[in-house]
Design a protein around this ligand. Structure first.
Ligand code: APR
Ligand code: PHB
Length: 391
């Protein structure tokens, strides 16, 4: 069965959903094709720090009410360095803040808004295959309930994440890939316990990195650096809490509330960029084109900024016939992507334990940390990047 729309969006993650809402607001039809169920997509626990630009886009999409009601405004973060805490005051340094609100909640709000206006999402769409985007009549074919379907469109937005089909449908010769895989992972635990602090604490410790984050005043999210080969089953809750407490400064360690984990997972750390982000009438956005290590809290925010540039280009195409935005999309998006890649790599290099750094490398890391907590200029640079560079 052949259907038609203006923009076919592959992937119902935050990138695909946010793009879908912004286009609908501008009167542009779109269909989202998602290989999993709604519940599966919402079952993934992901980070939750939103830059002001991302908050603005979610508002523009008309999906910000619960975010503003339940989200936590943070005016700074703390760095715990070798047992001492140092606050980076965003308000004082750059006059801005961030919003702590889980990516799962953002995804849920966008899905509810889309369902609320009856906009089409095909969940459990299998064998999704984009084609013809080097011509003028792209098609996305897929299987649904065993029946073959074809979706004709003007443009395809590949918002299907790192393992999605969109980037993999592009000939390797047309892609340039940049990658750094870090020799460690993050073991994350979600627990319904009071957060340790009202702001995030990023920890550099001789035993490895740790992060104290939260989802609400009663739900905490903690991470510790672990070997890349680790398995969640190796970490019973007690062992996790014990190891986390060992990496915290004494005051924080004493205040740490512990309890049973409601979710535990291990995430590998990698920096990845594939360019360009446009192939004819196929546009890649979000994790489909780039991955950042989570240390800079940039993953979701980069997906949002890609969507900002892509929506602008598509809306101008349909409103005024101008393709200037679409033609500039890849360069504009990649320019911001690389700055966030640099910041995320820098935060990762600064705060993690590298087994191959050697004595000189360790001293350099320490000197960088001491410079950072002693220099307003250095702290301002961190704050400026953390709250989000302009679009
Ligand atoms: N066909 C249809 N859907 C697919 C396919 C496919 N072949 N492959 C993947 N998908 C779907 C996935 O099931 C997922 O729901 O595409 C969606 C991609 O969503 P995300 O991986 O969340 O990617 P994105 O929307 O770009 O969001 C980036 O997610 O991983 C975090 O840190 C990252 O915060 C960042 C955000
Ligand atoms: C999270 O809350 O899960 C989180 C916050 C900040 C990060 C990474 C993850 O840098």
């Amino acid at each position: 069965m052949t259907k038609r729309t203006q923009v076919a969006i592959i992937g119902s993650g935050p990138a695909g959903l946010l793009l879908g809402q912004l286009l609908l607001k501008a009167g542009i039809d779109n269909v989202i094709l998602e290989r999993h169920t709604r519940e599966h997509v919402l079952g993934r626990i992901r980070a939750g720090v939103l830059e002001q630009g991302t908050v603005g886009l979610i508002d523009e999409a008309g999906c910000g009410r619960r975010m503003h009601r339940e989200g936590l405004i943070h005016h700074g973060i703390e760095l715990s360095l070798r047992g001492q805490r140092h606050r980076i005051d965003f308000n004082d340094l750059v006059g801005k803040s961030v919003m702590v609100y889980g990516q799962t909640e953002v995804t849920r709000d966008l899905m509810d808004a889309r369902a609320g206006i009856g906009a089409p999402t095909e969940y459990e769409a299998l064998n999704v295959t984009p084609s013809g985007y080097d011509g003028t009549q792209p098609i996305v074919s897929y299987l649904k309930d065993g029946a073959a379907h074809e979706l004709g469109c003007d443009f395809i937005a590949g918002c299907d994440g790192f393992h999605g089909v969109s980037r993999h449908s592009v000939p390797e010769s047309a892609l340039t890939v940049f990658e750094r895989v870090y020799p460690f992972g993050w073991l994350g635990v979600l627990a319904d316990v009071r957060p340790l602090s009202h702001e995030l604490i990023y920890v550099n410790h001789a035993r490895g990195f740790a992060l104290c984050s939260m989802r609400s005043p009663t739900r905490s999210r903690y991470y510790i650096q672990c070997d890349a080969s680790e398995r969640p089953g190796h970490w019973p809750d007690d062992r996790f809490w014990e190891e986390l407490r060992r990496r915290l400064d004494p005051e924080a360690g004493a205040q740490l509330a512990t309890g049973p984990s409601v979710e535990e997972s291990i995430a590998p750390l990698r920096s990845f960029v594939a360019g360009p982000m446009r192939f004819g009438r196929l546009f890649l956005a979000g994790d489909a084109a780039h991955i950042v290590p989570p240390t800079g809290a940039k993953g979701l925010n980069l997906a949002a900024s890609d969507v900002h540039y892509l929506a602008e280009g598509l809306i101008a195409h349909y409103r005024s016939g101008s393709d200037a935005g679409l033609n500039a999309y890849s360069a504009r998006a990649l320019a911001r992507v690389w700055k966030a890649e640099r910041f995320s790599w820098w935060m990762t290099s600064l705060l993690h334990k590298f087994s191959d750094s050697g004595a000189f490398g360790e001293r350099i890391q320490l000197a960088e940390l001491e410079y950072l907590v002693g220099s307003r200029a250095a702290a301002t640079a961190l704050a400026e990047n953390y709250v989000g560079l302009p679009f």
